[in-house]
Ligand binder design. Structure first.
Ligand SMILES: [Zn+2]
Length: 331
């Protein structure tokens, strides 16, 4: 009935499932609840959605934290060893924590590297190290769906009595994830083909580019551990000028210095490039805000990119369309 209403009102297809519950909130710990630990907010959001009231979820890395450089504290290590189940990205995203996860596994914790559960053929290689894979899987909502399933399967394994709840929670979240993916495809396809180039501070958007047909260029490599060289800056400035790219993007977890150098360089050659906005790459926005959720982070990125590069996206993004359909259901 809702679909019929949506069709008669000419509401875009991505808006149809907006009435579904968005996020399950974590609950306080009780004796038999699963104590879950997630490294990044993006993983934590899926874990909270799937576990619902059968567990509590703690997220190690706060908004704005760069996971590539994250050095665990003594209290983090204690949390890792106290959790029943640990979800981390893997593919060396949390490069300085690998040893702690290995120790947790040896001590009998359930440890799941979520991005490493994806089929190998769906992973991108790191251009600088062909042996390694690009860890930024969350940038493509379709790939992130597989992570949602991996989390569900791990919970079913650990707590078979909760199977029905885990499956229900997963399907509820999945509907929103799929609707967001449809929205993203539609608004990004409206960006003119000749400027479908995404220039960002570091190479976090490879999966985004593959999924939405954008050429993606990061000033730094896949990890933020190495700095961009003068040659890198000059090469990118020339590209911006030649292709007449109107906007480039800063990232919330990476200093703006390099991106500013590109803008100055292009200006010296007579081409004006603006900062198209700040994107969430390796961490979500502040807790309690829309961009502090996985869905909100992707909505923000997609809408910001589409609007800055001359595409058509509703002001306020996917969420604004949702609120107009269903006041009160916004998270
Ligand atoms: Zn990164």
């Amino acid at each position: 009935m809702f679909v019929a209403y949506a069709t008669s009102m000419r509401i875009p297809s991505y808006a149809v499932t907006f009435l579904l519950p968005l996020l399950a909130l974590s609950q306080p710990v009780s004796g038999d609840e699963l104590r879950c630990l997630a490294t990044t907010g993006m993983i934590g959001d899926l874990v909270k959605a799937v576990v619902g009231d059968r567990g509590s979820v703690e997220v190690l890395m706060s908004p704005g934290v760069d996971p590539h450089l994250y050095q665990p504290t003594r209290s983090d290590l204690a949390k890792v060893l106290a959790a029943d189940v640990i979800f981390y990205n893997g593919l060396h995203l949390e490069g300085r924590m690998d040893e702690a996860f290995a120790r947790a596994q040896e001590s009998g914790r359930s440890v799941c590297a979520v991005a490493e559960q994806l089929p190998k053929q769906s992973l991108l290689h790191d251009a600088e190290d062909p042996e390694a894979h690009d860890p930024h899987v969350w940038m493509d909502p379709k790939s992130w769906r597989m992570v949602l399933f991996a989390i569900r399967d791990r919970f079913v394994l650990l707590d078979p009595d909760g199977r029905a709840a885990y499956e229900f929670n997963t399907n509820s979240y999945l509907k929103n994830l799929e609707a967001l993916d449809v929205y993203a495809s539609e608004v990004l396809q409206s960006v003119p083909a000749e400027v479908r180039v995404l220039v960002t501070a570091h190479d976090a958007f490879g999966y985004f580019g593959k999924r939405f047909e954008f050429e993606v260029i990061g000033l730094q490599g896949i990890s933020t551990e190495s700095e961009a060289s003068v040659q890198d800056v000059n090469r990118l400035v020339n590209l911006l000028v030649q292709r007449k790219i109107p906007a480039i993007f800063v990232e919330s977890t990476v200093p703006e210095k390099g991106i500013r150098a590109l803008i100055e360089g292009a200006k010296a050659q007579g081409h004006t490039v603006k900062i198209g906005g700040s994107l969430y790459s390796d961490a979500m926005g502040d807790a309690g805000t829309w961009s502090g959720t996985y869905l909100g982070m992707i909505d923000h990125n997609v809408t910001t990119i589409a609007r800055a590069l001359g595409g058509e996206a509703p002001q306020g993004g996917w969420r604004a369309t949702k609120s107009s359909l269903s006041p009160g259901s916004s998270p």
